[in-house]
Design a binder for this molecule. Structure first.
Ligand code: ZN
Length: 457
C-alpha cells in the first residue's frame, strides 16, 4: 500500500488563513510532493498513511511567513549605525560598508540571515541585494539562501550611473559601478540562470525610485515584463523623499511611476510610507504591492504606512523585516505585532488594525506580493509551514490564537519550519547547514569587514 502523505502534522491548532480564515482545533495537515494535500481535523486524517507523522499537540500550525523585504548583506553590520537620519545612514554608514563587501562576505551574510529566518518560521524572503551585485555574487547569494532551505527572490539591486539626486545627497561612489546597459545585461544573465519558477529566482530591483536614474528604472521594469519576473525598489521611505523628488523632477515619485506605466502587477515597492491621496489611489487602482516594514520604519523614525487607506484602495501589502542593520532582527512575529501597534498609536485608535490583519499580511498577502502559490494552508498550495510551540509561560493561555501569535509569540517559539514539504528546521537546529560554522564565519568576516570600512559604531 502506497503512502498518501510524505508528512502528516497532526494534533495541532491549524491556523489556515484560508478564505474562511478557518482555525481547526486538534487539526491536521497532510503533505505530499511538496504541496499540501489535505487539511482537516486529526480524526479525519487519522487513517491516512504517511511516511512521517509529527505530533503537533500543544502547537499552532500556520502558513510559513513571507518576508517581503530584507537586505541580508547587512547582517555583518548588525548593531552598528544607530541614530542617523536615513540619507546620512546611507551615505556615511551603509554605503561605505557595502562598498567593502566581497563575494565571500555576501555569502556569509546570506547564510546567516537565512538561518535566522528559518529559525523564526519564515519560509520565503525577498532579499534586495546590493553588495556586491556582480553576476557571480548575486548567484552566490541566491545559492546560499536556497542551501538553507528557503524559497524566494534575490532582487538584484541596479545602481547604474548616479542621478543628480544621488550625487547631491552624497551617494555617488563605488556602488555606482555600471552603465545602464551593463546593469541590464548583468541582471538579464542572472534571470536566465534563475528564471521565474526557480526556488530562489532573480528579479530586477533598482535601488530606490527616488535616487535611481529614471531611465534605468524604465529599463529594469521592461526587463521584468519581458522575462516574467516581478520587480522591486525602495520608494518614499524617508520623510523628505517626496520633496527631494519633486524638486528634481517636478512631480512625486509614484506619480512618475504611474505616468510611465510602471505600476501594476509585478511592481513591489518597499516602504511606500510618504504617499499623498492621489498616490495611494494610483497604487491601489493598479494593484501594486507594498512591502511594509513596521519595525524598520520605527527604527529610522521614518513614518507610518497608510495601511488602511492602501488596502482599501486595492494595494497588496506584505510584511518585511528590512535589513538586519535597520531592524536588527529578522523576525516576522515582531513585525506582525508592530504592524498593528504602530497603526493604533498613529491613529490613537485601538481598532486601527488587528491580529487577523497582521496574520494576513505575514502569510497570504506576502505570498501574493512574491507571486507564489503559498501563504495559506489549503489543498494544492505549496507546503510552506511553520509550527509554533504554545507551551510557554508567555503563550499561556492562548484563547484567541491569531492574537496569541501576533502579540505573544516570537520567532524563537517556532519549533518546526517546512518549505516545499521539506523540513528545514526542527528540534532547535537547521537541517541543511552547519549552523555553528555559519555563525563563526559570519562573526569573523563581520569583524574584518567593519575594520576595513572604518566603522566604529
Ligand atoms: Zn530596505
Amino acid at each position: 500500500m502506497t503512502e498518501r502523505f510524505d508528512l502528516l502534522l497532526t494534533g495541532g491548532t491549524v491556523v489556515t488563513v484560508d478564505d474562511a480564515r478557518r482555525i481547526i482545533d486538534d487539526g491536521a495537515v497532510g503533505i505530499a510532493d511538496g504541496r499540501i494535500e489535505a487539511v482537516g481535523t486529526a480524526a479525519e486524517l487519522a487513517g491516512v498513511r504517511a511516511a512521517r507523522i509529527v505530533d503537533c499537540t500543544g502547537k499552532a500550525v500556520l502558513p510559513g511567513l513571507v518576508d517581503c523585504h530584507t537586505h541580508l548583506y547587512q547582517g555583518l553590520a548588525r548593531s552598528l549605525g544607530e541614530g542617523m537620519p536615513l540619507w546620512s545612514w546611507l551615505s556615511q554608514f551603509m554605503w561605505p560598508y557595502a562598498a567593502e563587501m566581497t563575494l565571500e562576505d555576501a555569502r556569509a551574510a546570506a547564510l546567516l540571515g537565512a538561518v535566522e529566518a528559518v529559525r523564526a518560521g519564515t519560509t520565503c524572503i525577498v532579499d534586495h541585494h546590493y553588495a556586491p551585485s556582480d553576476f557571480e555574487s548575486t548567484l552566490e547569494v541566491a545559492g546560499a539562501i536556497e542551501s538553507v532551505g528557503l524559497r524566494g527572490v534575490v532582487a538584484r539591486a541596479l545602481a547604474g550611473p548616479p542621478s543628480d539626486v544621488a550625487r547631491s545627497h552624497g551617494l555617488a561612489g563605488k556602488l555606482f559601478a555600471h552603465t545602464i546597459d551593463e546593469e541590464i545585461a548583468i541582471t538579464r544573465r542572472c534571470i536566465a540562470a534563475r528564471p521565474p519558477g526557480s526556488r530562489v529566482a532573480i528579479w530586477p530591483a533598482p535601488h530606490n525610485v527616488v535616487y535611481t536614474d529614471q531611465e534605468l528604472i524604465r529599463r529594469a521594469v521592461a526587463l521584468a515584463r519581458e522575462t516574467g519576473t516581478g520587480w522591486h525598489a525602495h520608494c518614499a521611505s524617508a520623510v523628505r523623499d517626496p520633496a527631494v523628488y519633486t524638486a528634481a523632477y517636478g512631480m512625486r515619485p509614484v506619480e512618475w511611476l504611474h505616468g510611465e506605466g510602471l505600476l501594476g502587477a509585478g511592481a513591489t515597492l518597499a516602504h511606500g510610507i510618504h504617499l499623498d491621496d492621489r498616490e495611494v489611489e494610483l497604487v491601489g487602482a493598479t494593484g501594486t504591492a507594498i512591502a511594509h516594514c513596521p519595525v524598520s520604519n520605527q527604527y529610522g523614525g521614518d513614518g507610518v504606512l497608510r495601511l488602511r487607506d492602501l488596502r482599501a484602495a486595492g494595494a497588496v501589502v506584505g510584511l518585511g523585516s528590512d535589513g538586519p542593520a535597520y531592524n536588527h532582527r529578522q523576525d516576522l512575529f515582531e513585525c506582525m505585532k508592530q504592524a498593528v501597534l504602530v497603526q493604533r498609536m498613529h491613529a490613537l485608535d485601538p481598532c486601527a488594525s488587528d491580529s487577523e490583519e497582521a496574520l494576513d499580511l505575514a502569510t497570504r498577502e506576502g505570498a501574493r506580493l512574491v507571486g507564489i502559490d503559498a501563504g495559506v494552508l489549503a489543498p494544492g498550495k505549496l507546503a510552506d509551514v511553520a509550527v509554533v510551540g504554545l507551551g510557554h509561560a508567555h503563550l499561556t493561555p492562548h484563547h484567541h490564537i491569531p492574537a496569541a501569535l501576533t502579540y505573544s509569540a516570537r520567532g524563537a517559539d517556532v519549533e518546526l519550519t517546512i518549505v516545499g514539504g521539506r523540513v528545514v528546521f526542527e528540534q532547535g537546529r537547521c537541517t541543511m547547514v552547519d549552523e555553528a560554522a555559519v555563525l563563526a564565519d559570519a562573526q569573523a568576516r563581520a569583524e574584518a569587514l567593519v575594520r576595513r570600512a572604518g566603522i566604529s559604531r
